[in-house]
Design a protein around this ligand. Structure first.
Ligand code: GDP
Length: 507
C-alpha cells in the first residue's frame, strides 16, 4: 500500500499545475507529499511550477467513504502455457454469462461478464506475466483476483508456480480453475495436492482457496467459476468512487493503424470523451472510447476495461492515468516539462535510493557471514537460511555430495523478486549435486560493487535489471559472466545449465 500511495502522490504532484495551492487530502496525504519531495528533489519543481501562477483544476475532494460504491472485481487469468488461458477467456466471452448486448469480440480487452444474478466481473486479457511484473514494478495493481488455470492432465508446472508467486507478491487472492477435466486422464485431486507444496491450500484440503473443475474447451462449469469469483469479490468489498477526477491504469499499449491506443482500467471517476489525461510522459485528449466488445461508448466507470484513443505517444503498461484540466496546453506543458527535466534527476535519485538499500543488504549479509565464518560453507548456508528464511529460499540440501561443487552467484532484480527467483530455483532439483551459494542479492541495476563482489567462478544473474557499459567492461575484465534475463524461466534454464556444467562427468 505504501508503494502505491507513494506513486499516486508522486504522479499527482508531478502533474499538478500549481503546487503552491495544493491542499493535502486523503490521497495527497502530507506524509506522502513529504516523502515525494525528499525522495525526488521536488524543490526545483515547486518553484518552477508555481511560477506559472495557474490555478489547479483538481481540487480533489477527500475520498468520502459514502461516495464509494461497490465495483466489479478485475480478474487476471494466469497459468502455465497450454493449460487453457486463452480457451477459457474465449469460452467466457461466448458463454451465456456474457451480458446479452455482447456483440463483436475484440482481442485486446478481456471480457466484462454479467452473471444472471447481476454481479459483474472484468476479466483482463492482456497482462500476462510480463505486464503483471511491470505493473508490480511500478507499485500499481489493477488485479483484484487471479484465476490460476491448471490443466488437470498436466498438473503444476513452472509457470504455475511463477503465477502463484506473482499473485502472492501482489497480495492478490487466487481461485484455482482446474481445467481440461473433460480429458480421461484428468486428475483434479492431484492438481490440488501438488498446489499444497506451494502453499495454495484448496478447500478440499481444509484451506480457503476455491477450486472449480472446468473444461474451458467444452464450456463446462464456467458459471460455477464465475460464481466463485463473484463470491470472493464480495468478501473483498471492492469499492470505488464513480465521481471526481479520473484515475486509471494502462493495461496495454499498442499502435493501431499508426495511432497509439491503450487498454485501461478505470479505478476512480468516470472517463468521458473529451477528458484530458496524462500518463507518464504522454497525454491524451480522449477522442474515442471502446468497450470490451469494440463498441463506441460515451463513458467508462470504475473497473470497466476500456480502449482509449487520443494519445499523443504510447504510455507504458502499468503507468497511472490521471485526468487533468481540460485544456490541452496545460497537459502538454506538464508532460513536456516532465519528460525533459525529470528524467535525469529521477534516475539519479532512484539510483541513490537503490544504492542505499543495497548497502544495507550487503552490510547485513557481511555481518552474518562474519559471525558464521568458523563454519563450513554448507553449515553457514544452513544457518543463513534459518536466519533469513524469507530472504533465502534456497534450502540447504542434505544430499550434497561434495563441498567443492558449488555455484557462487549474485542475484539482482528490479523490485525484490529475488525471493521469487530463489523460490523457483528451490523447486528444481538441480541443486542435488551442485549447490547454489548466494553471495549477494540486491535490487536495481548491476553496479561495479556487484562485480567486485563476485568471487572466482561466480556468475551474476539479473532479472529485469540494466547494466551500464562501464560495469559490463569491468565484468568482462574480471571474467564474471553476466546473465541478464527478462523472462524468469529463461533465467532458471540458464542457471540449470550453469549448474549441470559443474557436475562431475558421468563415469
Ligand atoms: P494457453 O497457452 O494457456 O492460452 O492455452 P490455450 O487456451 O491455447 O490451450 C492450449 C490447448 O489446450 C489448446 O489446444 C486447447 O484446445 C486445449 N484446451 C484448452 N482447454 C481445454 C479443455 O478444457 N479441455 C481440453 N480437452 N483441451 C483444452
Amino acid at each position: 500500500a505504501m508503494n502505491k500511495d507513494f506513486h499516486v502522490c508522486e504522479a499527482l504532484l508531478n502533474t499538478a499545475v500549481d503546487l503552491d495551492s495544493l491542499e493535502p487530502d486523503s490521497v495527497l496525504e502530507e506524509k506522502w507529499i513529504k516523502e515525494v519531495v525528499t525522495r525526488s528533489g521536488m524543490k526545483f519543481r515547486w518553484a518552477k511550477l508555481s511560477a506559472s501562477r495557474e490555478r489547479p483544476n483538481r481540487d480533489r475532494p477527500p475520498a468520502d467513504p459514502s461516495n464509494r460504491v461497490p465495483r466489479p472485481p478485475v480478474v487476471t487469468i494466469m497459468g502455465h502455457v497450454d493449460h487453457g488461458k486463452t480457451t477459457l477467456l474465449d469460452s467466457l466471452r461466448r458463454s451465456q454469462i456474457v451480458s446479452m448486448e455482447a456483440g463483436g469480440i475484440t482481442q485486446h480487452i478481456g471480457a466484462f461478464l454479467q452473471l444472471p444474478t447481476g454481479e459483474k466481473i472484468t476479466f483482463l486479457d492482456t497482462p500476462g506475466h510480463a505486464a503483471f511484473s511491470s505493473m508490480r514494478a511500478r507499485g500499481a495493481d489493477a488485479t483484484d483476483i487471479v484465476i490460476l488455470v491448471v490443466a488437470a492432465d498436466d498438473g503444476v508446472m513452472n509457470q504455475t508456480v511463477e503465477s502463484i508467486l506473482h499473485a502472492r507478491r501482489a497480495k492478490v487472492p487466487i481461485i484455482v480453475a482446474v481445467n481440461k477435466c473433460d480429458k480421461p486422464q484428468a486428475d483434479p485431486r492431484r492438481v490440488k495436492r501438488e498446489l499444497l507444496a506451494h502453499d495454495v491450500v484448496c478447500e478440499e484440503f481444509g484451506g480457503d482457496v476455491q477450486a472449480v473443475h472446468i473444461s474451458a474447451l467444452k464450456g463446462d462449469n464456467l458459471l460455477a467459476l464465475a460464481e466463485a469469483t463473484a463470491a470472493l469479490a464480495e468478501v473483498l468489498e471492492l469499492k470505488a468512487e464513480p465521481r471526481g477526477p479520473v484515475e486509471g491504469l494502462v493495461i496495454e499499449s499498442r499502435t493501431d493503424r499508426g495511432k497509439p491506443v491503450t487498454t485501461a482500467i478505470i479505478q476512480r471517476g468516470t472517463l468521458k470523451r473529451g477528458s484530458v489525461l496524462v500518463s507518464g510522459k504522454s497525454w491524451a485528449k480522449v477522442r474515442f472510447l471502446f468497450d470490451e466488445n469494440g463498441q463506441v461508448v460515451k463513458e467508462a466507470g470504475p473497473s470497466a476495461p476500456v480502449e482509449v484513443v487520443g494519445w499523443r505517444d504510447l504510455p507504458s503498461a502499468g503507468e497511472l492515468i490521471l485526468e487533468v484540466e481540460s485544456e490541452q496546453q496545460r497537459a502538454r506543458e506538464v508532460v513536456e516539462w516532465r519528460s525533459n527535466e525529470e528524467e535525469q534527476q529521477k534516475l539519479q535519485e532512484e539510483q541513490t535510493a537503490i544504492e542505499l538499500k543495497q548497502k544495507q543488504h550487503l552490510e547485513e549479509y557481511r555481518k552474518e557471514r562474519a559471525e558464521l565464518s568458523h563454519l563450513s560453507w554448507r553449515q553457514r548456508k544452513s544457518a543463513l537460511y534459518r536466519a533469513n528464511k524469507s530472504k533465502f529460499a534456497v534450502r540447504p540440501s542434505e544430499r550434497t555430495q561434495s563441498d567443492e561443487l558449488r555455484l557462487p552467484l549474485i542475484v539482482k532484480d528490479v523490485d525484490g523478486s529475488v525471493e521469487a527467483i530463489l523460490h523457483i530455483l528451490d523447486s528444481y532439483d538441480a541443486q542435488e549435486q551442485c549447490q547454489l551459494e548466494v553471495l549477494h542479492f540486491g535490487i536495481g541495476d548491476l553496479s561495479e560493487s556487484d562485480v567486485n563482489m563476485a568471487e572466482t567462478f561466480s556468475s551474476i544473474y539479473g532479472f529485469n535489471v540494466g547494466v551500464s557499459k562501464s560495469v559490463e567492461q569491468l565484468a568482462a575484465r574480471r571474467g564474471v559472466p553476466l546473465r541478464l534475463h527478462t523472462v524468469i524461466y529463461k533465467l532458471v534454464d540458464e542457471l540449470k545449465d550453469d549448474l549441470s556444467g559443474r557436475l562431475p562427468p558421468l563415469v
